[in-house]
Ligand binder design. Structure first.
Ligand SMILES: Cc1ncc(COP(=O)(O)O)c(C=O)c1O
Length: 388
């Protein structure tokens, strides 16, 4: 086998081709089969690249379920103030933010865990509880991050088809077996925007054995505040339910990476054993504390979403497209075929609007558009009309 130094020499030698420099002789036994099967995350192309290539002056990103308002001013101020202490490690207990979250949700500090995004907490839960012959159970057509993390852990992933674009809780309950260790539910669901109701959730939980952990991903729960049908998991607690929430959506802080989990202290205790001690970073912790107190921003964020959602829904209807009623910050549109989705996605891109084609979610005939600012929604509708 070539040494690393030899390989490096070849790679930096301009006479050597990239293909041969990449080298096929890494020993296969180094890499476990479940890691070999993974495909790396494919990020969208940077907007600046696309703008240069397509000669665009403006680029509207409605592809990533981000908050179009920009971050809360309160969080920006808190980040500026906290950055003076950037030479220090973060306070590893995240005590202030956890305290504020515990107070907000009327739980104890030990019921709250923080992470660099809720996805990081999801990763820690999977590492803490899944191994060997364990199985993880969820739906098709839900958040891809969960599929990737389970596959990366090398355990079996069981997926039940969506029913009319909604989680089929009855089908999932029937799919539970002796090896089922974790069930992942996403409410509202990304990418469909659908919810399961209080009554449906209550009936489901009664069918889940106590030793099976339910991850309840409520990344979009703020968009359901005030919806009496929505089973806000913190309004009643089950010992085997771990709730995940995030500052990435309604609080407009996706780039800072901050999420939290709420659950029984014995579950949170195990997740904390796996968690890296210094996440989330100190700026994220400070921003989260400020954003949590900034109800004006949250209300503005929800109002923008409500208005944008109503406008997009009526325009999609006017264009005769088949959309799924949504409770999140995005709308799923069934275009009938993958070809049509690809054609529309490319055409919109040429108009400077990015939306998400849903083949990676297992819904190749569907696309997802995120609610933007009023002018962004209008630009999208205009570009969509032209593209159709
Ligand atoms: C359902 C769901 N869960 C989790 C996440 C990731 O959230 P975070 O930014 O907190 O890691 C997303 C992001 O799109 C999501 O849609």
């Amino acid at each position: 086998m070539q040494s690393f130094i030899e390989r490096l020499a070849q790679m930096t030698d301009p006479t050597h081709s990239a293909a041969s420099a990449a080298g096929p002789d890494i020993p296969k036994r180094l890499v476990p089969p479940h890691v070999e099967r993974l495909t790396p995350y494919k990020p969208g192309r940077p907007p600046a690249d696309l703008m240069a290539e397509l000669g665009l002056k403006k680029f509207i990103n409605l592809a990533s379920n981000e908050n179009p308002l920009g971050p809360p001013q309160s969080a920006l101020k808190a980040v500026a103030a906290a950055s003076a202490a950037m030479n220090r490690y973060p306070e590893s207990g995240g005590l202030q933010l956890r305290g504020a979250l515990a107070e907000r949700h009327r739980v104890k500090l030990d019921n709250v865990v923080l992470g660099a995004g809720s996805e990081s907490i999801m990763a820690n839960i999977i590492r803490a509880f899944l191994h060997g012959d364990d199985e993880a159970l969820t739906s098709e057509g839900t958040f891809i991050g969960f599929y990737v993390l389970v596959n990366a852990q090398g355990v079996k992933l069981v997926q039940v088809p969506l029913k009319n674009y909604r989680f089929d809780l009855d089908g999932i309950a029937r799919a539970i077996n002796d090896r089922t260790k974790i069930i992942y539910l996403c409410n509202p669901n990304n990418p469909t925007g659908t919810i399961f109701t209080r009554g449906e959730f209550d009936a489901f939980v009664r069918r889940v054995p106590e030793h099976v952990l339910i991850i309840l991903d409520e990344a979009y729960y703020e968009y359901c505040l005030g919806n009496p049908d929505f089973p806000d998991s913190m309004s009643y607690r089950y010992d085997n339910v771990l709730t995940l929430r995030t500052f990435s959506k309604a609080y407009g802080m996706a780039g800072l990476r901050l999420g939290y989990g709420l659950g029984h202290d014995y579950l949170i205790g195990y997740v904390n054993r796996i968690k890296l001690p210094f996440e989330p970073n100190s700026l994220a912790q400070a921003a989260g504390l400020a954003a949590l107190a900034d109800d004006e921003y949250l209300q503005r964020s929800l109002a923008n979403n409500r208005q944008g959602m109503a406008m997009l829904a009526s325009e999609l209807d006017r264009l005769g497209l088949k959309r799924v009623p949504s409770h999140a910050n995005c709308i799923l549109v069934d275009m009938g075929s993958e070809e049509r989705v690809n054609a529309i996605t490319h055409s919109l891109l040429r108009h400077g609007v990015a939306i998400r084609a849903l083949a990676p979610f297992g819904l190749p005939h569907c696309l997802r558009v995120t609610v933007g600012l009023p002018e962004e929604n209008e630009a999208f509708v205009k570009a969509l009309s032209a593209s159709l």
